[in-house]
Design a protein around this ligand. Structure first.
Ligand code: APR
Length: 246
C-alpha cells in the first residue's frame, strides 16, 4: 500500500493522534531550518543563543537574535501544513500538537492544543521581576529590551542553549506521547534532546509513527514506521483529503 494511503488508514483508525513538529513544517512559511542546506546554523553561530552570554552581556548577542527571530522571522504566516493540522483537529482526530518551533504559527493557523517545548518568540519575560509581555506590547530596537515595570533586562520567552525546558510543557508532552497510538512526526532531524525523545516515547509504547520529511532524521533508522518523503504541506494536504474522504 502506498505510504500516503497507509497514513490515511492509520489516522482514520486512531484513537489518540498527535503531531510532533520541527522547523521543517515552517519552511513553506519562509522560515529556514536550523540544520541542513541553507540552515540557520550554517549562517549564524548557535552561541548567539547562549543563555549566560545573553544574561550577562546582552549587548553581544541581542542584535543577532533580533535580526533572526524578529526582523527576519517576525512576518511569517502559517502555511498549508499548519492549516492541515488545524483541519485534523477540527474533524476530531488530532488531539495535540507538540512543537519545537517558537514561531507561533500553529496558534496563528488555529490549532488550540499546542505544547511548546521550546517556548514562544512572541512573548518576553523580565529576568528580574518575571513580568511577561506580548511582543506587540514592546518596541524592539537594536539595544537589549528593558522591562517597562522594573527597568531590568527582558528575555525572549523561548529556550536558549543552556536553559531548562519549561517543566509544564515537558511533562504534558511526555504524557501525550504515552497516550498516543498514532503520531505524525513532521520536519525535524530529531537531534536535540530532550524534545527528540518524544517520538521514541510514543514508539516504545506501541504508537505507529508516520514521518513526513523530504530529508534526513534520526528517526529513519527504526523509529518511524513509514517515512513520507514529501514537503509537509504537500503530504498533509493529501492526507487530510483522504481522511475526509474527498
Ligand atoms: N517539509 C517537511 N520537512 C522539511 C521541509 C519541508 N518542506 N524542509 C526541510 N525539512 C526537514 C529537514 O529535512 C530536517 O530534517 O526539516 C528538518 C529540520 O531539522 P532542523 O533544522 O534540525 O530543525 P529541528 O529538528 O526542529 O531542530 C530542533 O534545534 O536549534 C534547535 O531549538 C532549535 O527547535 C530547534 C531544535
Amino acid at each position: 500500500m502506498h505510504r500516503i494511503e497507509k497514513a490515511i488508514e492509520m489516522i482514520i483508525e486512531s484513537r489518540f493522534l498527535t503531531a510532533f513538529c520541527g522547523a521543517g513544517i515552517s519552511v513553506e512559511s519562509g522560515i529556514p531550518t536550523f540544520r541542513g542546506e541553507g540552515g540557520l546554523w550554517n549562517k549564524y553561530d548557535p552561541d548567539c543563543l547562549d543563555l549566560d552570554t545573553y544574561l550577562y552581556h546582552p549587548e553581544r548577542t541581542w542584535k543577532i537574535i533580533k535580526e533572526i527571530f524578529y526582523d527576519f522571522f517576525g512576518q511569517a504566516k502559517p502555511n498549508p501544513a499548519h492549516y492541515a493540522l488545524v483541519e485534523l483537529e477540527k474533524i476530531g482526530y488530532l488531539k495535540s500538537v507538540i512543537t519545537q518551533n517558537i514561531d507561533n504559527l500553529h496558534q496563528d493557523a488555529g490549532s488550540t492544543n499546542v505544547i511548546e517545548f521550546h517556548g514562544n518568540s512572541h512573548f518576553f519575560v523580565c529576568t528580574s521581576c518575571s513580568t511577561k509581555y506580548k511582543l506587540a506590547e514592546l518596541k524592539l530596537t537594536d539595544t537589549p529590551p528593558i522591562c517597562p515595570a522594573c527597568g531590568k533586562l527582558l528575555k525572549p520567552d523561548f529556550i536558549f542553549f543552556g536553559e531548562a525546558i519549561p517543566a509544564l510543557a515537558r511533562d504534558r508532552a511526555f504524557k501525550e506521547s504515552e497516550l498516543t497510538d498514532v503520531m505524525l512526526v513532521i520536519g525535524t532531524t530529531g537531534e536535540v534532546m530532550p524534545a527528540s525523545m518524544i517520538p521514541y516515547i510514543a514508539r516504545q509504547q506501541g504508537a505507529f509513527i508516520i514521518e513526513i520529511n523530504p530529508g534526513y532524521s534520526a528517526y529513519q533508522n527504526g523509529v518511524s514506521n513509514i517515512v513520507i518523503r514529501q514537503s509537509a504541506g504537500e503530504a498533509l494536504l493529501k492526507i487530510v483529503k483522504g481522511v475526509k474522504g474527498e
